[in-house]
Ligand binder design. Structure first.
Ligand SMILES: [Zn+2]
Length: 160
């Protein structure tokens, strides 16, 4: 998409002078609304880059488990008991289905990193959506103003 098309769509009806300023000068002079849109676009672009750089992802949570075995004289039956573990259980719910799986000790660092990355992804997406909603409102506003101008509300005259 060329920046000119994008710019024109952002120009509100009442600030045509800003558009004229851009045509006349090499450097575009942007209205406050367009400046805000540019700032939002830049921040969204940065978030996209951060998302791309995240690496492996994994939804879910890791919890340590302690077990009791079947041996009668084991330390896990002493008072106080010294249970076996921790064993790490990874659990997550995906599309309504709960799943759990054990993670080997040597895989823990990698899995922890994937879980962190997934939490980070959700955070970045939240930020992106907040900015996206504002940007969408900014872009729709000029259309709404134009709509009101071309189709004014019918005036109701009081009957006398
Ligand atoms: Zn035991």
């Amino acid at each position: 998409m060329s920046s000119e098309i994008r710019y024109n769509r952002l120009v509100p009806h009442r600030s045509r002078r800003w558009a004229r300023a851009e045509v006349g000068n090499r450097r575009p002079v942007l209205s406050p609304m367009n400046l805000r849109a540019r700032a939002l676009e830049t921040r969204i672009e940065k978030l996209k880059q951060q998302i791309t750089a995240l690496g492996d992802l994994r939804p879910g949570s890791l919890t340590p488990q302690y077990n009791v075995c079947g041996k009668p004289a084991c330390r896990c039956k002493a008072t106080p008991p010294l249970k076996h573990g921790p064993y790490y259980q990874l659990s997550f719910t995906w599309k309504g289905n709960s799943q759990t799986q054990f993670v080997r000790r040597q895989d823990l660092p990698a899995v922890r990193k994937q879980l962190r990355n997934y939490r980070r992804l959700r955070q970045l997406l939240d930020r992106w959506m907040v900015l996206a909603m504002e940007l969408s409102r900014l872009r729709l506003q000029p259309e709404a103003q134009r709509g009101r101008k071309t189709r004014p509300k019918p005036r109701v005259f009081p009957k006398t």
